[in-house]
Every structure is written in structure tokens, then in C-alpha cells.
Design a protein around this ligand. Structure first.
Ligand code: SIN
Length: 548
């Protein structure tokens, strides 16, 4: 049997796609390697950034556009960002209509949505749910919405490799819960498998975030780019628990302050937005101070936040569990791998370089995040581009077009191929990959460590498919990080500390043995934010300047 749509993954992107497709009357299968609700989405705390959702106030899509480009350090695709900020509010309204309950400022139907601020945002525009349980509420609402459709859900199935037939994606091979390898055929396949934070020993990502979709795309020769831009969240709770409990940026949005080993607030010396600087700048500032010693963490002072327990109940519980009282204690923090800004390249409708294969959410590289994602743009990205993909398929689109990230990438990749189904027998463990990546490819990078990582990764081989995927993604990340001899966004080279204009482009993996450097198209380079004031330049990108 061939289904209309096979969705791999069950976070916000996958479930949004499944709901929209099933409501359109398609046959849909959602394949997930755990339970339907076990995705990274459910861990998202801060919220969803959406400008002027209810009343214009002091916010606008224009301002959200500028902030996103400012955070992205020159590599955002402005057209993709325009799509994100203009279509995002409608997707949030749809979520509310589906039953997701967001926090409001008062009682009753007329109460306004409560907004908070996070790093890189010039105003408060982040809606949230359950205080700091936004992802859990969205996942709950989407799981219920999928349950109300005819979409078939297969839990405990691990997708192994794409099926490629006559130059098209034709579905996937997967291992069933009983351990049998089977083929699942589909007219359209959507990768919504999330990120790859599990490449690192210290991560906020759940165990399922093993880069499966990106590794499958790499093996099939589908274009993948920007994987050197692993975003490290600056303020994970410094505690052995895994995944690391996140201390949301919203804490700083509501008055928390970072302090160094001597107790000094230091972010004002790093950036005009101080503790609300874009995430890459904060993570780097913390990592450098930790590197200089004497402590293996810094402090987040959230003692000024009122009603901490009701505003941030998830964080409150995480702190209580380790004997900390945020009303009184400074909280130990250190950066943790959090979000992969790059991934499988897509056009503005989520189409990849392989006809019939679509990607949305963290697995995808739609161009909205550039070299550093703006806080709370990830849930939005998943919803917006999943919805566009379903709309595009419904209108008869079958193959990618050279738009968004694919504008120049499109011509730089070889046709996709059927990956070989060779089994791996090696004994590399998840911990082996994580230790190596944390040691040599973390927040602060340099050639000598990256070279060591390359050599060691080349010797790794894992019989476990998820670990094998971590090796595949880790190898690509290290290769791109080695070649990018500059510092930009989340990628910091201690030996090449400045951003270099010649690196305004993407390292694209597309079938060949090594990535190809594809410069940004002129229209992108001119307004992509390389000269954004956030980064020390003077030009301010505008929505009006962005044309198809
Ligand atoms: C946070 O709440 O700090 C994380 C939000 C995000 O990753 O966008």
C-alpha cells in the first residue's frame, strides 16, 4: 500500500503536517520511534514568538523580521524570514483554535495573551503556556488533534533510510517494534525528525534527538547545509541530569541576571542588550569565562523574579529537585547543545532537493535561522513550514524550486541516490560520540581540536542505527566547522575570531565526498543582516526590501 503522506517524527512540525493533511482527506501515516508525545517539542519552555498577534502595540512583523535577521548573523534567508513573521501569527491562532491554551494576563475570554521577552527580541512578543511549559501544551493539543483525524500512528518504529525510486522519494525503510525491517511506501515523505543535540554530552535535547533525518538525507545525497551552527543554550542548569534542565531565556526577560565567578553582572560589557543579547553572544561570553576559570559554571541570579513558582513552574520543580530555591539561591549555569540551526535544505514550501521529500522543523534548513536562531522562533518555524508544505502538495507542487535556501544550492548538488543498506557492526557508543564532540566541537572551536575530532570520527562505527546517525551528523558538523575559518553566529573559532565576508554562504553537503561552499545570492547578501546594527554594522533590513 502507498500512503499519500508519510510523516517521520511527531514534534510540532510532524504533527502539524499530519493534522493539515488528514483534514484534507489524505491517507497519512505518522512514524515515530517512541511514543507520539515524546519529542523535543514537549521540552520547549520559553514560547512562540509572534508579532502583533492581538493588537499592534509597539510590535510588528517588521520588527520581528529585523530581530530575526539580527540574530542570524548574516545567513538568514530574508524571504524565508518574511514568510515566518507574516504567516506565524495565523499559525498560532490555528493552534489556539485547535485547543492549545496560552497564558493570559487576566481572567475571562477577553483577557489578552501574556507576552514575555527573550534574548535578541527588541520587545516582549513571546506567547507561552503553563508558565514555562509551552511545548508540552502545544504537543498535547496537537496529539489530541491528530487523534481526531484518520491519520495512522505507528509508535516505536525507527526510520532507517529513505527509499529513492526513479529520482523521487518513495517512503522509508524502518524497523518495527518487533525488530523487523520493512518498507513503507508513500507519494510524499516529510522529514520532521528534529535535531541532533544528542551529538553532545551536555544537551537540553531528549534522547530521541539523534539527527536521524539529517543522517538519512546525507546518505541519500539530499542537500544539507549549515550544520556547523549548533546553537548552545547559554543557561542550562549545571547539574548531571540529562537532558540538562533548561533555565529559559524568559527568566532573563523577566529580570534575571548572569553573574561571573566573582558575582559581577557582566553582560552589559558584551552587548548593548546586556542579558538579553542574542543567544550566541551570551553562550560565548559564558563559555569564555568558564574557560578562563576558576569555575566550571557561572551563575544566574533570578532572585528578583516575583512569584517564581507560578510563573516558571517547570523550572521551579527542576530547581527544587536539586535542592535549589531560585528565590534565594543563584542558579549554576553553563551552555548546553540546544538547537541545530542548519539541516536539510528546503525551498520556501519545505521541498528538499529530492522530489517527493519535504522537511520541516529542526531537521530542516528553511533559512529562517541563519547562523544563530532567534529565541522562540523554532516552534513557529515548525508550524509555518509544515503548513506550507501541505498547501504546496495540495496545489500540485511535486519538486523543489530555487527559492529560499535552495536558490543557489539547487544547482550545486548531484541527483539523490538510494542509500546502501549495508549493516554496521562496530561498537561505538553514544557516549563515545558525545564525549568527542563535547571535547572538540563545542562552543569554542579551533583547528587542532577539529582535526582530532575528524580523525577519531573516521574510526567510529556503530551497529546501533541512532549512534550511527550521530556519527554521520557529527562528521558533517566537524567538517563544515573545520572549513569555516571564521567566527559567525553559534560557530566560534578561537583561531579565527572575526567574521569574514568571504564566508557569507553555506557549506552544502549534496552527494559528493565533501561539502561545497555556496555563496549567498546577491539579494540575500545585501539584506541578510551582515551589516545589521546587532552585529556592529549600520544598515537596517526592512520587510519591504524583500521581494520574490
Ligand atoms: C528558552 O526558553 O530559553 C528556549 C526557547 C528557545 O529555544 O527558543
Amino acid at each position: 500500500m502507498t500512503v499519500d503522506l508519510l510523516v517521520l517524527g511527531s514534534g510540532i512540525a510532524g504533527l502539524s503536517a499530519a493534522v493539515h493533511a488528514a483534514q484534507a482527506g489524505w491517507s497519512v501515516v505518522v512514524l515515530t520511534k517512541c511514543e507520539l508525545a515524546s519529542s523535543a517539542t514537549q521540552y520547549a519552555q520559553g514560547g512562540v514568538a509572534a508579532a502583533s498577534l492581538e493588537a499592534p502595540g509597539d510590535d510588528s512583523p517588521e520588527l520581528h523580521f529585523r530581530d530575526t535577521l539580527g540574530a542570524g548573523a548574516g545567513l538568514c534567508d530574508p524571504l524565508a524570514v518574511k514568510v515566518l513573521v507574516t504567516e506565524g501569527p495565523d499559525r498560532v491562532r490555528e493552534l489556539i483554535a485547535m485547543g492549545a491554551v496560552f497564558d493570559r494576563t487576566g481572567d475571562g475570554e477577553a483577557a489578552a495573551l501574556a507576552l514575555t521577552r527573550e534574548g535578541g527580541h527588541s520587545v516582549a512578543r513571546v506567547v507561552h503556556a503553563g508558565g514555562d511549559a509551552t511545548g508540552a501544551e502545544i504537543e498535547r493539543a496537537l496529539v489530541a488533534a491528530v487523534g481526531a483525524t484518520t491519520a495512522a500512528v505507528r509508535e516505536g518504529w525507527l526510520a532507517l533510510d529513505l527509499l529513492v525510486e526513479q529520482g523521487r522519494a518513495a517512503g522509508t525503510t524502518a524497523i518495527s517494534p518487533e525488530g523487523a525491517v520493512q518498507q513503507i511506501h508513500a507519494r510524499h515523505t516529510m522529514l520532521a525528525t528534529g535535531g541532533a543535540g544528542q551529538c553532545f554530552a551536555v544537551t537540553t535535547n531528549p534522547p530521541v534527538s539523534t539527527g536521524d533525518g539529517i543522517a538519512m538525507a546525507l546518505r541519500a545525497g539530499v542537500a544539507v547545509a549549515d550544520v556547523e551552527f549548533m546553537q548552545f543554550h547559554p543557561t542550562a542548569l549545571h547539574h548531571p541530569a540529562m537532558p540538562r534542565p533548561l533555565l529559559s531565556e524568559a527568566l532573563r526577560g523577566e529580570g534575571a541576571v548572569l553573574r561571573d565567578a566573582a558575582g559581577r553582572a557582566f553582560m552589559a560589557t558584551e552587548h548593548p542588550l546586556a542579558d538579553l543579547a542574542p543567544r550566541d553572544i551570551v553562550a560565548r561570553a559564558i563559555a569564555r569565562r568558564i574557560d578562563d576559570g576558576p569555575m566550571d559554571h557561572l551563575w544566574l541570579d533570578a532572585t528578583a523574579i516575583e512569584r517564581f513558582d507560578t510563573r516558571f513552574p517547570t523550572i521551579w520543580r527542576a530547581c527544587q529537585a536539586v535542592g535549589l530555591d531560585p528565590r534565594r539561591d543563584w542558579l549554576p549555569v553553563a551552555p548546553a547543545a540546544h538547537y541545530l540551526c542548519g539541516g536539510v535544505c528546503t525551498d520556501l514550501d519545505g521541498a528538499t532537493t529530492l522530489p517527493g521529500l519535504w522537511a520541516a522543523g529542526e531537521v530542516a534548513n528553511s533559512g529562517v535561522h541563519g547562523a544563530n536562531r532567534l529565541a522562540s522562533n523554532s516552534l513557529l518555524d515548525g508550524m509555518v513550514f509544515a503548513r506550507r508544505a501541505i498547501g504546496a502538495i495540495a496545489s500540485g507542487k511535486d519538486a523543489p524550486e530555487p527559492s529560499g535556501v535552495l536558490e543557489l544550492v539547487h544547482d550545486s548538488v548531484a541527483p539523490a541516490r538510494q542509500p546502501s543498506s549495508a549493516l554496521h557492526a562496530g561498537g561505538t557508543t553514544r557516549g563515545d560520540v558525545q564525549d568527542l564532540m563535547t571535547r572538540d566541537a563545542g562552543v569554542l572551536r579551533e583547528a587542532v581540536r577539529l582535526e582530532r575530532a575528524t580523525k577519531e570520527l573516521a574510526t567510529m562505527d556503530a551497529s546501533d542505527p541512532e549512534v550511527h546517525n550521530l556519527v554521520t551528523v557529527g562528521t558533517a558538523l566537524v567538517e563544515a566547522a573545520t572549513r569555516r575559518t571564521e567566527s559567525r553566529g553559534t560557530h566560534t573559532r578561537q583561531d579565527h575570531f572575526a567574521a569574514a565576508p568571504e564566508f557569507l554562504g553555506r557549506f552544502v553537503f549534496g552527494g559528493g565526498p565533501s561539502p561545497v561552499f555556496v555563496p549567498l545570492p546577491d539579494r540575500v547578501a545585501s539584506i541578510g543582516g551582515a551589516e545589521h546594527p546587532e552585529r556592529g554594522g549600520s544598515s537596517v533590513p526592512t520587510l519591504r526590501a524583500v521581494r520574490r
